[in-house]
Design a protein around this ligand. Structure first.
Ligand code: PMP
Ligand code: GLN
Length: 385
């Protein structure tokens, strides 16, 4: 047998799938994979049922149904004050496809791509498969401070684009205005683009505000913003996402999208369009609900003995497990926790290349109070009892 593509085959099955399978096998409470529980808005789900009953059921336009393109443009205006034309929106099958379309559409083999670790798992394989040369910059726990000199050193005249994820997975870091201004300055200086992964744009806590890079002066023409209805409506299985970008940047990305997914289920697009138009209060209220869940999980983990890091956004909190006296690394810890304590988490090292912080676990708090309480009770029995 001739070998398969060496770049993709060098990556294993994603850590999220791996840990979810392990959680099922051991009956563990799954605080690993990032999907919410008990937050699906009934009205949006009912709308999808009605849209599906009504149809149509055939291929929609590859750019997305007009109602959703208009609704995404309206969402950018309402929440971020951006003046976006529906023609600057392309609907994708989730943010994952949107990211892949951006990378395949923009990267020319040999282009440099600045990536900030810890990294969401789909970036690196696709950047490399597209022929990009990754230039990695590292944020480290517990403070996740942006190392400005390293960031500047990662840029060169060959930099095609930077990938910016804010609020970040897994760190829960929400980039502030100063950091964004530094990034904007580098993009200008090196004439580069930014793929802005803002899937957690509404999930910011403690009065913080999410600021998209595209809202900074001069940045709109350099930014491709990636959004996800899965996160906005707590419906991750729907896989409806989008790219918002000026027409000249969107055109090459559409070339990739037409050969990746081409289009997305029309009934789901219509329901998401309706949701964006009518469910503003639900969208704006989600952070308040999740903030309470974050606090519930953080307090419980701290009581058990974890050193819990602050998290300003996303579904995730990071906890240092070294105070519990576990001597092996984070992969071993998460496996052990799932199999022996019945609670699944994700090793933070999985979001880094090579040598990585090895005593932190990521816990997803977007779960029901009952699931959080059950997980905490199990951990308490295991470590405390
Ligand atoms: N980016 C980040 C940072 C994520 O955490 C995720 C996973 N939920 C995605 C992109 C993918 O989103 P989607 O499910 O819409 O493909
Ligand atoms: N984004 C989710 C997480 O970080 C998982 C998505 C996936 O499983 N591909 O857990």
């Amino acid at each position: 047998m001739k070998p398969a593509n060496s770049i993709l085959s060098s990556f294993g099955t994603t850590i999220f799938e791996t840990m979810s399978r392990l959680a099922v096998a051991h009956g563990a409470v799954n605080l690993g994979q990032g999907f919410p529980e008990g937050l699906e808005p009934a009205a949006v789900v009912a709308r999808a049922a009605a849209e599906h009953a009504r149809g149509p059921h055939q291929y929609p336009s590859m750019m997305g149904i007009p109602a959703l393109r208009a609704a995404v443009a309206g969402h950018e205006a309402a929440f971020h004050g951006l003046d976006v034309e529906p023609a600057e929106v392309m609907v994708t099958s989730g943010a994952t496809e949107a990211l892949a379309a951006c990378f395949f559409g923009l990267i020319e083999p040999g282009d440099e791509v600045v990536l900030i670790e810890p990294l969401y798992d789909s970036y690196l394989p696709i950047v490399r498969r597209a022929g990009g040369i990754p230039k990695l910059v590292r944020l480290e726990p517990p403070h996740w401070t942006l190392p400005r000199e390293d960031l500047e050193a990662a840029f060169s005249p060959r930099t095609k684009l930077l990938v910016l994820n804010t609020p970040t997975n897994p760190a829960g870091k929400v980039y502030d205005g100063d950091e964004l201004a530094v990034i904007a300055g580098l993009l200008e200086r090196f004439d580069a683009y930014a793929v802005c992964d803002e899937v957690y744009e509404h999930l910011v806590y403690d009065g913080r505000r999410h600021v998209g890079l595209a809202t900074l002066p001069g940045m709109r023409r350099r930014c491709l913003k990636v959004g996800s209805a899965g996160k906005i409506f707590s419906l991750t299985g729907w896989k409806v996402g989008w790219v918002v970008a000026p027409a000249d940047l969107l055109a090459p990305v559409a070339k990739a999208h037409q050969f990746l997914a081409f289009t997305t289920a029309p009934g789901l697009q219509a329901a998401v369009a309706w949701g964006l138009e009518t469910q503003g209060a639900t969208i704006a209220g989600l952070a308040g609900v999740l903030e309470k869940r974050r606090d519930r999980l953080a307090a419980g983990l701290a009581e058990i003995g974890f050193a819990v890091l602050p998290t300003g956004g996303s579904y995730f909190l990071t906890a240092d497990f070294s105070p519990l006296g576990f001597c092996d690394d984070d992969h071993a810890f998460c496996r052990f926790l799932t199999e022996k304590a019945g609670v699944a988490a994700i090793p933070v090292g999985a979001f880094y290349q090579g040598e990585a912080p090895d005593h932190y676990a990521r816990f997803c708090f977007a779960k029901t109070d009952a699931a959080i309480d059950e997980a905490l009770a199990r951990l308490d029995r295991f470590f405390g009892g």
